[in-house]
Each structure stands twice: as structure tokens, then as C-alpha cells.
Write a protein of this length. Structure first.
Length: 33
């Protein structure tokens, strides 16, 4: 149970990092436009 919870938390943090990176990239692209 603990192992599953920790892996889920890691996956969630990884997804959050990807989402934040995409948002920053989108903002940069909007500035270029």
C-alpha cells in the first residue's frame, strides 16, 4: 500500500512538472506572437 501511494505521488508530481513546463512554453510562444 505505501509503495503504491509513493509511486502515485511521484507520478502526480511528474505530471505537475510537465503541465507547468507546458504553461511556461505557451506563455513564451504567446510573447513571440
Amino acid at each position: 500500500m505505501l509503495n503504491l501511494n509513493t509511486s502515485n505521488l511521484k507520478n502526480g508530481l511528474y505530471l505537475i512538472k510537465i503541465i507547468t513546463k507546458n504553461e511556461t512554453i505557451n506563455k513564451k510562444l504567446q510573447i513571440i506572437k
